[in-house]
Design a protein around this ligand. Structure first.
Ligand SMILES: [Zn+2]
Length: 160
């Protein structure tokens, strides 16, 4: 199994593509009793209903959640992964469980990296930017940091 992307920072929340083999989507059929009124009209007392079951996907990283699972094909799933800010750095497994209970395990396919030294992540768009440092203790002016992503409007002002 491979995942795209496969490297994340703590605090990331991103789309994820899981590529592998044997992913299953199951459509289960069952009978339900119809209402008396429908039975009178149709002379049938049961009808067929269908329910679709998708694989579940989990990540072994502490606190990580995977949601919005979408079945693309037996070799591809799409999902959204959220990794808490407190997640320890390391390599983690992804486990896909099919509706029949069979599991497909990707060992150590997901890597959580530490943020580069001196950098922080934008709180709004997750782009990396230099950490605000060296705030002069006696400076009167207010310092403002802007996110370097032009599509993002996040900024933070710090009064020394
Ligand atoms: Zn931003």
């Amino acid at each position: 199994m491979t995942i795209v992307p496969n490297q994340f920072f703590p605090g990331d929340s991103k789309p994820l593509l899981v590529q592998g083999a044997g992913f299953q989507k199951e459509r289960r059929e069952y009978d339900v009793e119809v209402s008396e009124e429908l039975e009178r009209r149709t002379k049938r007392w049961r009808e067929k209903k269908y329910e679709t079951f998708l694989p579940s996907v989990i990540c072994s990283a502490p606190g990580a959640t995977i949601s919005n699972i979408e079945f693309v094909s037996p070799v591809a799933l799409r999902a959204t992964i959220s990794i808490p800010k407190t997640c320890p750095i390391g390599n983690y497994d992804i486990v896909v469980t099919n509706p029949d209970g069979a599991q497909i395990v990707g060992s150590n396919v997901l890597q959580i990296q530490s943020l580069p030294n001196g950098q922080i992540k934008c709180r709004k768009c997750s782009v990396l930017m230099p950490k605000p440092v060296d705030i002069p203790k006696n400076a009167a002016e207010r310092k403002t940091w802007f996110c370097p992503n032009p599509a993002c409007n996040w900024h933070q002002s710090i009064t020394p």
